[in-house]
Design a protein around this ligand. Structure first.
Ligand SMILES: [Ca+2]
Ligand SMILES: [Ca+2]
Ligand SMILES: [Ca+2]
Length: 247
C-alpha cells in the first residue's frame, strides 16, 4: 500500500466513524423518528367515553407512553364514535413552522379505523386538526394555523380522539384501536400545568430528562475523542511518511 492509499484509507475510516456516531441520536418508533425519545408520548388519561363493543379493551391507560402493541394487548378501543382525551405532562405539542408532521397517532387492528383529532391548550377549547388516514398517521398541525386555529410556536398539552363512522369492526374491538399518541414537534411542558408544591417539589421526570442529556453528552464526547485521536494519529502518520521521504 503506497502513501496515498494509506492517507485515503485513514480519511475514509475517520468519516465512517463520524457518520456512524452521528446517527446515535435517532429514536425510531414504528419507523417514525422522535428526537425527544419516550417523553414525546402522551402521559395521562384525562377522559375516556367509549361506546359499546369494547369489553376487555377498555383500559385507556394502554394509549399512554410509547407504541407497545403486542399479542393483541396494550391498546384501547374507542367504540363507534367513542372519545379519548390524553394529556402531555412532561412535554407539550408544538408547531414545526413547516409542513413536517408534528403529531402522530398509532392505531392497530385487522381493519384501519379513522378518528378525528383535536388539540387544546386547556382541555376546554379544542382545535380540529384533521383525521387519521392510516394505522400510523402523522398530522401537520401548522396546516391548521389561523386566527381561530393553531398559533405558530404555541404549546398544546391535550389531544382528543373521536372515532369516526362508519362501523368497521365488531365487539370487543369496535372503533379505532389506539396504541399511542406522540409529539414529534415536542417542547417543554407548559409550566402553568405543572403542579409544584413548595414543601415537596415534583421532580419526578427530572432524572429521566437528565439521563437522556447525559447519554447524549457522553455519546458526543466519545465521538469527539475518537475523531481527535484519529486525526492526531493521521497527522503523526503523515509526518513520519514525509520524514522517511526526506531521508
Ligand atoms: Ca410525555
Ligand atoms: Ca408541522
Ligand atoms: Ca399502547
Amino acid at each position: 500500500m503506497n502513501k496515498i492509499s494509506i492517507f485515503r484509507s485513514l480519511t475514509t475510516l475517520i468519516l465512517s466513524i463520524y457518520l456512524l456516531a452521528g446517527t446515535g441520536s435517532a429514536v425510531l418508533y414504528n419507523g417514525v423518528d422522535f428526537p425527544g425519545g419516550a417523553s414525546s408520548f402522551a402521559d395521562e388519561v384525562v377522559s375516556y367515553n367509549p361506546a359499546t363493543g369494547v369489553s376487555g379493551h377498555d383500559n385507556p391507560s394502554m394509549a399512554i407512553g410509547i407504541p407497545d402493541y403486542a399479542n393483541n394487548t396494550n391498546y384501547v378501543s374507542l367504540g363507534d364514535e367513542g372519545t379519548l382525551v390524553l394529556k402531555f405532562t412532561d412535554n407539550s405539542l408544538t408547531t414545526s413552522g413547516n409542513e413536517n408532521k408534528d403529531l402522530w397517532i398509532f392505531e392497530i387492528g385487522e381493519k384501519f379505523e379513522s378518528a378525528d383529532v383535536y388539540i387544546s391548550k386547556d382541555g376546554i377549547n379544542w382545535i380540529y386538526t384533521g383525521s387519521t388516514s392510516n394505522y400510523t398517521t402523522g398530522i401537520d398541525i401548522d396546516a391548521y394555523r389561523g386566527p381561530e386555529g393553531i398559533i405558530l410556536g404555541e404549546q398544546y398539552s391535550y389531544v382528543k380522539l373521536v372515532d369516526r363512522l362508519p362501523h368497521e369492526s365488531d365487539s370487543p374491538t369496535a372503533g379505532a384501536d389506539i396504541d399511542a399518541v406522540g409529539a414529534v414537534s415536542s417542547n417543554a411542558a407548559i409550566q402553568a400545568d405543572v403542579a409544584v408544591s413548595p414543601e415537596a417539589p415534583d421532580t419526578t421526570m427530572v432524572p429521566d430528562i437528565n439521563a437522556e442529556r447525559i447519554i447524549c453528552f457522553r455519546l458526543s464526547s466519545i465521538r469527539n475523542f475518537i475523531i481527535i485521536a484519529l486525526l492526531i494519529a493521521g497527522a503523526i502518520g503523515l509526518y513520519l511518511i514525509k520524514r522517511r521521504k526526506g531521508n
